[in-house]
Design a protein around this ligand. Structure first.
Ligand SMILES: Cc1cc2nc3c(=O)[nH]c(=O)nc-3n(C[C@H](O)[C@H](O)[C@H](O)COP(=O)(O)O)c2cc1C
Ligand SMILES: Nc1ncnc2c1ncn2[C@@H]1O[C@H](COP(=O)(O)OP(=O)(O)OP(=O)(O)O)[C@@H](O)[C@H]1O
Ligand SMILES: [Mg+2]
Length: 506
């Protein structure tokens, strides 16, 4: 079987692994469902072209494994029911490629002229259909939450969606098509990287030839697969918004200076419960304070997925940003990302870009076919790169997982975050603080401080003793210097000569 031979004979270990997993899914589907109750959703796109050849290979291997040797000659092709939702808005090149391909490979075609949902309702009424092969991949807008076998969504007719290439990247798709030397739709050679309708799809501008805007390079030349839908004008999923960036890279929009920002910190560590102390959380508090962010909450949780996910769930909606310290890496106790994924209701899925960084850093020094460290929360992860970092930091929506193991590493990671626009760490209006020391007792000043708190609700009024016998230090912190000064003035004038300014609250 030419596809099987081409892949098994290639030197690309990743390709061979992806192929082996995908054809395994195909074989499982043929083992699970009667052949006549399985369909293939084919639209002439690159992903469904990959799927076509994987189905052909999987069918061949399935027949071979089940000992149908007499039939082997006949299974060069796979006569699987093929459905195509034909739309008047489809590119003529897509239509002709689809018809040509089904004829070349002997696929019985059922053309449907309505939308996906009602078309599938009609199909299922007409013929029992238990499973449908679909070329959905991670990164497609509809892929979030799907597995290789996923029942159709509630409200859709009941069938199993079989997604053999769910974990394939853009690059995997092109490696496969080029390795197997199979025909694909001609639009991909004209700069189209993902194809919708004639109304919402143009060639990908990232492939435009710099000398003339009308010439585009072929789709397989796109280096950043995350931008494959950049030519889908209406439904783009990855539009990158550019904000104004200050010279240090930190977003510094004038209006932002007055906004207030709050963060919470989650320290993930079993050791904090008895054998060591948290230095990183305290250091991060100071760093946030220094850029004018309020720290609303610092929590220490155990290395358990549920403990992390419950804490992330609480903090992510309460604060602008959540920082996680600890629990990142290949150890059994490194559960932070699994906790984040659970909090957002997504699964952990292989991230090719992160995998590339990891293999540059550590070669192939991981066990099994898969690098478990490259499993990141699916559909919500952004990698924050910086030239000073060995690996990008992982940001899932408003949750940033820091990799620092000591304060020096934290200093570096923090500087890189400030220098990276995508981190979202905008400079907020800085805090001003005043520290006033006194030898008065807490009982003496308590009623006055209570009133002061009510009158100056925009000033944080903290109070602590150096020892039980004193002295006492009152800390006044706020964003408005005049208000902080006014609160300090009120306190000192109430207790004339009894308060003096001290450097800081040690
Ligand atoms: C065979 C088939 C089954 C589908 N099943 C579902 C489904 O169960 N739930 C759902 O929300 N969408 C379903 N869809 C719609 C897809 O999620 C998606 O809208 C479609 O593949 C178009 O993708 P595009 O917007 O990237 O072109 C299905 C589509 C096809 C072709
Ligand atoms: N009109 C259609 N008819 C049949 N199947 C379809 C149709 N549109 C989408 N599908 C199914 O959904 C899958 C995902 O569609 P999607 O548009 O993301 O991929 P593609 O068309 O194969 O490639 P590309 O991303 O380059 O357009 C397809 O591989 C196919 O299985
Ligand atoms: Mg398409």
């Amino acid at each position: 079987m030419e596809i099987d031979e081409a892949v098994r004979g290639c030197s690309d270990r990743r390709m061979r692994t992806k192929y082996a997993n995908a054809v395994y899914v195909v074989q499982r589907a043929f083992a699970l469902y009667p052949f006549e109750e399985v369909a293939f959703s084919f639209n002439g796109g690159k992903d469904s072209t990959v799927l076509l050849h994987l189905i052909r290979a999987g069918y061949y291997l399935y027949k071979k494994d089940s000992g149908d040797v007499a039939e082997m000659d006949a299974v060069k092709n796979c006569p699987l029911r093929t459905i195509y939702f034909e739309s008047p808005c489809a590119f003529p090149e897509i239509n002709s490629f689809t018809y040509e391909t089904v004829s070349t490979y002997g696929l019985p075609l059922e053309t449907i002229h309505s939308d996906f949902k009602s078309g599938l309702e009609g199909l299922l009424k007409e013929k029992p259909t238990k499973a449908i092969f679909i070329g959905t991949r991670i990164g497609d807008p509809n892929a979030v939450g799907q597995e290789q076998f996923s029942p159709s969504s509630p409200g859709w007719p009941p069938f199993m969606r079989v997604n053999p290439i769910l974990d394939w990247s853009y690059r995997d798709v092109w490696s496969f098509l080029l390795t197997c030397k199979v025909k694909y739709c001609s639009l991909y050679d004209q700069g189209y990287t993902s194809i919708g309708s004639i109304h919402d799809t143009v060639p990908n501008a990232l492939l435009s030839d710099s000398s003339t805007e009308k010439i585009f390079r072929p789709a397989y030349m796109l280096t950043d697969g995350r931008l494959e839908r950049a030519g889908r004008t209406k439904k783009t999923n990855h539009n990158i918004e550019m904000n104004s960036v200050a010279s240090n890279g930190m977003t510094s929009i004038e209006g932002e200076q007055t906004i207030s920002r709050a963060a919470s910190i989650i320290v993930v560590s079993d050791e904090m419960f008895g054998t060591t102390e948290d230095k990183l959380g305290a250091a991060l508090c100071k760093k946030l304070h220094a850029i004018g962010w309020r720290v609303s909450h610092v929590a220490v949780v155990r290395n358990e997925i549920d403990s992390v996910s419950e804490e992330v769930e609480r903090c992510k909606s309460m604060d602008d940003m959540v920082f996680i310290l600890g629990g990142l890496g290949p150890l059994h106790s490194d559960v932070s990302l699994a906790g984040v994924a659970k909090a957002f209701g997504v699964r952990l899925a292989p991230d090719e870009e992160f995998e590339d960084y990891l293999s540059q850093l550590m070669g192939n020094n991981y066990t099994g076919d898969r690098n478990e460290m490259a499993l990141l929360p699916e559909g919500i992860t952004e990698l924050l790169n910086h030239k000073r970092l060995p690996l990008p930091l992982i940001k899932c929506r408003n949750v940033i997982t820091l990799a620092a193991t000591n304060v020096d590493e934290l200093d570096t990671e923090w500087d890189c975050l400030l220098d990276t626009q995508e981190s979202g760490l905008v400079q907020a209006k800085p805090f001003v603080s005043k520290h006033l020391g006194t030898t008065l007792t807490d009982v003496q000043i308590a009623p006055v401080l209570a009133k002061l708190c009510l009158e100056f609700s925009d000033v944080y009024i903290g109070c602590h003793r150096i020892s039980r016998a004193g002295p006492l230090v009152v800390n006044l912190t706020g964003k408005d210097n005049q208000r902080v000064e006014a609160a300090a003035e009120k306190l000192t004038s109430t207790f004339e000569g009894q308060f003096s300014q001290v450097d800081s609250c040690k």
